[in-house]
Design a protein around this ligand. Sequence first.
Ligand code: SAH
Length: 243
Amino acid sequence: MNTTLLTADKDPMGAAIYDYNKRHKAEQLRVFSSQFDEDEIPVKELFRTEKQMPLLERTALQLAAGKILDVGAGSGCHSLALQEAGKEVHAIDISPLSVEVMQQRGVRHATLLNLFDEHFCETYETILMLMNGSGIIGKLENLPAFFKRMKQLLQPGGCIFMDSSDLRYLFEEEDGSFVIDLAGDYYGEVDFQMQYKDILGEAFDWLYIDFQTLSLYAAENGFQAELVKEGKHYDYLAKLTLK
Ligand code: SAH
């Protein structure tokens, strides 16, 4: 697993978050992928309030208890909502500019840290991974290492809340059947690269995983997956607990 941090010159999302926090507006945050057409992330949405969050995210916030780890916390939207609810949360991100913004916005415990950095060894009752939180696992083959890491960070009886999407709808034919190349890579493995102004980030792997595949890997790695809630468009919130 990659355990590095971003540097400010290769941190496009952090730069967009930084600008938006300062000026309440930002330029286009562009997203490239070898699998999809060019897209953009509306920077404003990274600053969503609890009311503006999708139901899956609000559900995860409500269920989060005890000492909470917000993984890949971005602008800190979930951490701020948890703090307001009187909960204890530690926000981590590999983006230096995002961590600076979180500190400016009042996230009390925000650290520049990679989830997979094994020097980091606190434990938590709840681990939150939101906005396609499975993404940072990168590829299916990284799931065993991911679950191993989660065992180190979870307190006994603790759990992970993670949201993701089943990308099978991208392969749906007009008659409702699905054409998926079973011999190829898993269809939820994608690559992305982002650009903000002239700041171009490195390309990275991003995993979308359907609930059934997640459950299988969880079971093989000592975890149990529970489908907490389904969203409107092939998305869902899962709860992962140690068996
Ligand atoms: N959770 C936020 C941001 C999601 S974007 C929200 O819902 O708005 C994903 C975030 O994960 C980015 O800020 C990225 O810098 C961070 N990230 C990616 N890999 C990471 C890792 N290994 N450890 C910690 N953070 C990571």
